[in-house]
Design a protein around this ligand. Structure first.
Ligand SMILES: Nc1ncnc2c1ncn2[C@@H]1O[C@H](COP(=O)(O)OP(=O)(O)O)[C@@H](O)[C@H]1O
Ligand SMILES: [Mg+2]
Length: 290
């Protein structure tokens, strides 16, 4: 049982030295919508890397369906580790991770691809296939899950219109700006309309104005009902967006606040407010603003 022992001792290690720490303030649990379990539920999630480094230290959080939330904190605090734990790229040493009510670490390993089909992911470095066109990058995501060709031909241009890239459909990634490349990555992540979209520093390589456009797009996706969790260390953006903020420090959850007040904003109102608050002019925007 070496694996079990390792998991247990890791949890024990993770518990050591915690007693003196203050507990992170508890956030009221989001109301379950129509009796469904929350899309994300992590209970005492603990990740220990080989060598003993505690990447996440008993994280407990719940994210309801349809929420838009940020994860913030300094480099190395565990933000990417949290994302990886939610897609089962890393298994927790202790604790429980549930997606839509299912303990993902109890799934048979051959079910993991099905879990990931239901979670769109977006990264700082876009992760596009360089030798494929914009269209093929998005269509590929549908091909690998066995979508019929007729559906691919319908869905791919539709999602590229949503992200405002219909004119670049036959271009290659290196012919696009950073912001456009990130739009392709978002289109690819969202083309299946997953109930959950995770974005790890999606604006990390982008200038402030382009970043607002990307946030606007993520916000629009959120308004279709998809839960969106965005990792960022752009404090300015977070403060101004006034959404739920989960803060990590050295693997611990140190703050979880719902800065509400703007929940019913339209995508266009949101973009206008963001531009005004960040002191930037109008941006080209995307299609389908409402
Ligand atoms: N594969 C790994 N092996 C060992 N330590 C790691 C590994 N990946 C990340 N870490 C460590 O775990 C901590 C959290 O990393 P990470 O989640 O990537 O931080 P963030 O995304 O917040 O910058 C860091 O101290 C990092 O060095
Ligand atoms: Mg990271």
């Amino acid at each position: 049982m070496p694996l079990l022992n390792r998991r247990r001792s890791a949890a024990k290690r993770a518990r050591e030295g915690r007693e003196h720490r203050r507990r992170a303030p508890r956030r009221p649990r989001p109301r379950a919508q129509s009796g469904q379990p929350p899309i994300i539920s992590v209970e005492d999630g603990t990740v220990v890397y080989p060598g003993g480094h505690v990447g996440l230290d008993r994280i407990t959080l719940e994210i309801g369906r349809g929420e838009f939330a940020f994860v913030v904190g300094p480099t190395g605090c565990g933000k990417s580790t949290l994302i990886k734990m939610l897609i089962r790229e890393i298994e927790p040493a202790a604790g429980r991770v549930q997606i839509a009510g299912k303990d993902i670490n109890e799934l048979d390993h051959n079910r993991t691809p099905y879990l990931r089909r239901r979670i769109g992911t977006v990264f700082q470095d876009f992760k596009l296939l360089p030798n494929r066109t914009v269209y093929d990058n998005v269509a590929y995501a549908l091909q690998v899950i066995g979508e019929p060709r007729s559906q691919i031909r319908r869905k791919t241009p539709e999602i590229l219109r949503l992200v405002g890239l219909q004119a670049k459909i036959h271009n290659y990634p290196d012919e696009l700006s950073g912001g456009e490349q990130q739009r392709v990555a978002i289109a690819r992540a969202f083309v299946n309309h997953p109930p959950l979209l995770l974005a790890d520093e999606p604006t990390g390589n982008l200038d402030p104005i382009t970043s607002i456009g990307i946030m606007q797009l993520l916000y629009r996706i959120n308004r279709t009902g998809t839960t969106v969790l965005v990792v960022t260390h752009d404090r300015d953006m977070v403060d101004k967006m006034r959404r739920r903020v989960i803060a990590l420090e050295e693997g611990r959850l140190v703050r979880d606040e719902d800065a509400s007040g703007y929940h019913d904003e339209s995508t266009r109102e949101f973009a206008a407010r963001m531009r005004a608050e960040m002191g930037v002019g109008d941006e080209g925007g995307t299609n389908g603003d409402h």
